[in-house]
Design a protein around this ligand. Structure first.
Ligand SMILES: [Zn+2]
Length: 133
């Protein structure tokens, strides 16, 4: 007996259909047909720039300051914070720039502020620029 496949219509409070859930088995058959129609809608409005992770690896590789590198980042503007910007699943900060001189630049995804971590020989200083309004 074939599995019965049902479409599930998801409606808002006014019973207007907002979305359709298609069983996986069915979607696998439909997807190749639907792709050409869907693709133009699936593209994000803008591509988020790729984080310069290789520059960051280099930054770590040449780390010779008197204290261990701390992956914690916090936003002085909105208070967003993470203990480890790379491991944090919510990824509240995007690395925008890293250079061997000890500068890391992050963008706060919550408020759009730019955060600069300046690493000096024996301390790290944080500067930030408020988001453009
Ligand atoms: Zn922020």
């Amino acid at each position: 007996m074939p599995d019965s496949l049902q479409l599930l219509y998801i409606t808002d409070d006014d019973r207007h259909i907002q979305a359709v859930q298609i069983p996986w088995k069915l979607w696998r058959k439909i997807e190749p047909l639907a792709r050409p129609v869907l693709d133009p809608f699936m593209k994000p409005d803008f591509e988020e720039p790729v984080e310069p992770l290789s520059a960051f690896e280099e930054f770590l590789h040449y780390w010779d300051f008197r204290y261990p590198y701390s992956p914690a980042v916090s936003c002085p503007h909105c208070g967003a914070a993470t203990q480890n910007w790379r491991d944090d699943l919510t990824h509240p900060f995007r690395l925008a720039n890293a250079n061997l001189g000890g500068l890391l630049v992050f963008h706060c995804r919550a408020c759009g502020a730019t955060i600069r971590q300046k690493h000096f020989r024996d301390h790290m200083a944080v500067e930030h620029t408020a988001p453009k309004t």
